[in-house]
Write a protein that binds this ligand. Sequence first.
Ligand SMILES: [Zn+2]
Length: 78
Amino acid sequence: MRPPICVICHNDFRASANEGGLVKFKTTDKEKKYNQRMKNEKITGHPSGLEWFCGEHYALAKTYQHLAKAEAIIVLKS
Ligand SMILES: [Zn+2]
């Protein structure tokens, strides 16, 4: 798992992690395969489809959970 750094504004909110949170997006087939492989091989890492958002972007990001992560990030950054 990566430290809490907002994927939109790159704000490192480790000191106040309660302000933001992890958002789980729709996983693509490729991401599902990756997550399954990590699980099977007991690899610890950052699961695909999950991303950190600071307090400022968390609520907005949650409204795009139905999208795949890459699509949601494009929309959120625009
Ligand atoms: Zn942010």
